[in-house]
Design a binder for this molecule. Structure first.
Ligand code: PHE
Length: 339
């Protein structure tokens, strides 16, 4: 009998099946209410007295071996379960990472920033909700100035002094107020105009404006800077500056680049002329410098402004400006491979 129990002990010790069902069977077999140990304990009273001590020891050993076994395997199984919860099946191949794509406006903006930072321009930003001073008055557009009509403005109804900026020239005013020349900065950002939305214009768009102020800055510097930009951005090396008017620059010009007339699209976007307007520019009006605390007798400078949507439409052959704001993933996905 005792030998038989010792054999059970060995068997129990050898048990090593790591699954729930087998473990449960093992538990029932040894420790269950109709299990082996129950039987053996019941048998105890029939054991002759001189064997009782040894018999008691072996069945106790069997009991603790069986209990210990159940406990350790159970713990192991639980740990495994937990690890599965956290990591899943570690042998499975990895999930592919879904890559997002940058918005085309952000891509073009970053490209513009890269091009200008190469020649020493930093990036400045300002608030989209502006006051009259920074958007108009400081820029040589006092109250009732007719040129205010050039930019249809969204005003905050309860306070006519507060508006949504119509251009990022407001950032340049802030920059001049807070920094001494030499100044070389570009200000990219979102601007707002109360215009009817169509394929060619939108009430929200993005601009990047540039400002360079130092001693003896000339119109030739402006032209060279714009030429450098158009070469880098479009690979085009022919530009034209057409006389124009902006209240904050004197003289002022529209920037045209020669796009060419090679394809049908070229004809379409340049209206058959080969020339394409990409923005405005000029020498900063001395009044503007004065308004921003810079002495116009000592310093001069140039400024320019361009629409980012316009440039993105040209580069990526996008026919409708509204696409940029609809955020249709079928449109956005196409820019995945870009930087
Ligand atoms: N701020 C002008 C606009 O939004 C563009 C511009 C900037 C023109 C700087 C000249 C100089 O139309």
């Amino acid at each position: 009998m005792i030998d038989k129990i010792k054999q059970h002990i060995e068997e129990a010790q050898a048990f090593n099946e790591k699954n729930k069902e087998a473990l449960e069977q093992f538990r029932i077999k040894y420790l269950g209410s109709k299990g082996l140990l129950k039987e053996l304990f019941a048998e105890f009273k029939n054991v002759p007295n001189e064997q009782k001590k040894e018999f008691g020891q072996v069945i106790n050993t069997l009991k603790s071996v069986a209990e210990e076994k159940v406990k350790t395997i159970q713990e192991e199984l639980e740990n495994k379960e937990e690890a599965k919860g956290i990591y899943g099946d570690l042998s499975r191949p990895g999930e592919p990472i879904v890559l997002g794509s940058r918005h085309p406006i952000a891509l073009v903006k970053n490209q513009i920033i890269d091009i200008f930072s190469t020649i020493g321009f930093n990036v400045s930003e300002g608030p989209e909700i502006e006051d009259d001073w920074h958007n108009f008055t400081a820029l040589n557009l006092p109250e009732y100035h007719p040129a205010r009509d050039m930019q249809d403005t969204f005003f905050i109804q309860t306070n006519p002094d507060i508006l949504l900026r119509t251009h990022t020239s407001s950032v340049q005013v802030r920059y001049m107020e807070n920094n001494k020349p030499p100044i070389r900065t570009i200000s990219p950002g979102r601007v707002f105009r109360n215009e009817a939305v169509s394929a060619r214009s939108h009430c929200i768009f993005h601009q990047v404006e540039g400002l360079y102020i130092d001693k003896d800055v000339s119109f030739a510097d402006l032209k060279q800077t714009l030429l450098y930009f158009t070469k880098e951005m479009f690979g085009k090396s022919k530009i034209r500056l057409r006389p124009s008017y902006f209240p904050f620059t004197e003289p002022s010009a529209e920037i045209d680049i020669y796009w060419g007339l090679k394809t049908e699209t070229d004809y379409k976007i340049t209206k058959g002329t080969g020339w394409l307007e990409i923005g405005g520019c000029g020498m900063v009006d001395p009044n503007v410098l004065k308004n921003c605390g810079i002495n116009p007798d000592e310093f001069s400078g140039f400024a320019f402004g361009m629409g980012i949507e316009r440039i993105a439409m040209l580069l990526h052959q996008i026919g409708d400006i509204r696409m940029f704001f609809e955020n249709d993933v079928r449109f956005l996905e196409q820019f995945k491979s870009s930087i």
